[in-house]
Structures are given as structure tokens and as C-alpha cells.
Design a protein around this ligand. Structure first.
Ligand code: PEP
Length: 247
């Protein structure tokens, strides 16, 4: 099955009403390759603003969601609230949440299970630190993050995997096409242990300093099915990344 190329934009904790409206207007007026699936993730405060103003074929994602239906969980947002606001996606397990907010593999997996079981699709992030890469542990680390997810038996048809080496995020230091393809292939091989169908159909995105300059080459790799873009998703050049297959 041909996997639909996917480009996600993670705004992280950036933007104001005015700058986010500008990004939305830019996307609304852009000539976007219709064969690409695009999802953008503004900070939670601006989810509704974006959903109400963005062209409907672009989906909107939260950057996090909790794993309880509702109740006394101060500061959290529920899957029900996302769906009520027509936010059909969330990012989970971003390395900034794993490292700074100390979210464990188990917590990320439980949130992913709850979201997918309740109708919200997940951009599920994984990746190794520089220390782990240098110790030759990249595949081991990513596999153990995947094992924790598999243990929860999530709905894989609602998951897009984003491989994001931590050392490449926000550093301007992009993985080489060979480094990225090697890990993407290993993830696809690992997915065969879930099922051939899941391995064949799951999109595996690369994330880490993707720009309009490096996206063309990366997009040609057989196991790279798209990108999760941080810094560059705040810039007009995000449109060039979405249209990278035309380069
Ligand atoms: C990210 O935060 O998911 C990311 C990949 O960031 P950047 O593109 O800025 O490296």
C-alpha cells in the first residue's frame, strides 16, 4: 500500500495570536501539494483559533493530551475536549516532554493508547540522545520505546511514528539521509513484529532540523514517509517543506 506522505508542524511553546494568524494565512493562501497530508500543532491556547481559521483539509494537533476522560486533573486537556473542538490529532512522547517533563515510556504509551482508543490520532515520537547514539545504542533505545507502546496494544492505524534523534532537534544538525533511513528501516522491521500490515501502512516521519534545503533528499528515502518540523514550521519556508516531493 502506498503510504501518504505526511508533514507535521510542531510550533512548541512559540507564537502569539498575531504571529499564529500570519502562519495560518500563509498556509491558507499557499499552493500546497494536494497529495500531502498536513497537520499543524500550535500551543493549546491557540488550538481553537487555528482550527476556526485554517483551511479545512489541514488538520490540527495538540502537543499533548491526558489519559483520563475528564475530572480533577489541573492543567491537563482531555481527548473529549480535543474532539469537541475538532482537533483530531495530538503529538505524544516528544523528547522535550520525555526529558524536561520526565514523561516515562509507560506514561507516553498509556496516553497513546487512550487517545487512539478514543478517536484521536497520534504523532508518536521516539529517538535517542547523542550519548546513546555514540554508544551504538540507537536501535536498542528506539526499540524499547516501541516495546512499551506495543505493550499497551494501541490502535496502530491511528499512529504516525516520528523518529527524532534528540541531538538533531533544534540544533541545525540534521541526521544524514543514511543515518535517518537506517533507523527508519529498523523501525519498519520492528513493526513487522506487530504485523506485516502495520509495518506496511504506518508512516514513519523524520524530525530534527528539517528545512527547505534538506527535505528533498530525505524525502527520497524509501522508509521516510514525511517529516515532523519544529522551528521551520513557524516560517514561510514550511510551505516548501510541504511541497518537497515536487523539488
Ligand atoms: C521537533 O520539535 O519536533 C523538531 C523536529 O524540531 P526542529 O525541526 O526545530 O529540530
Amino acid at each position: 500500500m502506498a503510504r501518504k506522505f505526511f508533514v507535521g508542524g510542531n510550533f512548541k511553546m512559540n507564537g502569539t495570536i498575531s504571529s499564529i494568524k500570519e502562519i495560518v494565512n500563509n498556509l491558507n493562501n499557499a499552493n500546497l501539494d494536494p497529495s500531502i497530508e498536513v497537520v499543524i500543532a500550535p500551543p493549546s491556547l491557540y488550538l481553537l483559533l487555528v482550527r476556526e481559521n485554517l483551511r479545512p483539509e489541514i488538520e490540527v494537533a495538540a502537543q499533548n493530551v491526558f489519559d483520563k476522560p475528564n475530572g480533577a486533573f489541573t492543567g491537563e486537556i482531555s481527548v473529549t475536549q480535543l474532539k469537541d473542538s475538532k482537533i483530531n490529532w495530538t503529538i505524544l512522547g516528544h523528547s522535550e516532554r520525555r526529558t524536561i517533563l520526565k514523561e516515562s515510556d509507560a506514561v507516553v504509551s498509556q496516553k497513546t493508547k487512550f487517545a487512539t482508543d478514543n478517536g484521536v490520532s497520534v504523532i508518536w515520537c521516539c529517538g535517542e540522545s547523542l550519548e546513546e547514539r555514540e554508544a551504538g545504542r540507537t536501535i536498542e533505545v528506539v526499540s524499547s520505546q516501541l516495546e512499551a507502546l506495543k505493550a499497551e496494544n494501541p490502535d496502530w492505524s491511528k499512529i504516525v511514528i516520528a523518529y527524532e534523534p534528540i541531538w538533531a532537534i533544534g540544533t541545525g544538525k540534521v541526521a544524514t539521509t543514511e543515518q535517518a533511513q537506517e533507523v527508519h528501516k529498523a523501525i519498519r522491521d520492528w513493526l513487522k513484529g506487530v504485523s506485516d500490515k502495520v509495518a506496511d501502512e504506518t508512516r514513519i516521519l523524520y524530525g530534527g532540523s528539517v528545512s527547505e534545503k534538506n527535505c528533498g533528499e530525505l524525502s527520497k528515502q524509501p522508509d521516510i514517509d514525511g517529516f515532523l518540523v519544529g522551528g521551520a514550521s513557524l516560517k514561510p519556508a514550511f510551505v516548501d517543506i510541504i511541497n518537497c516531493k515536487k523539488q
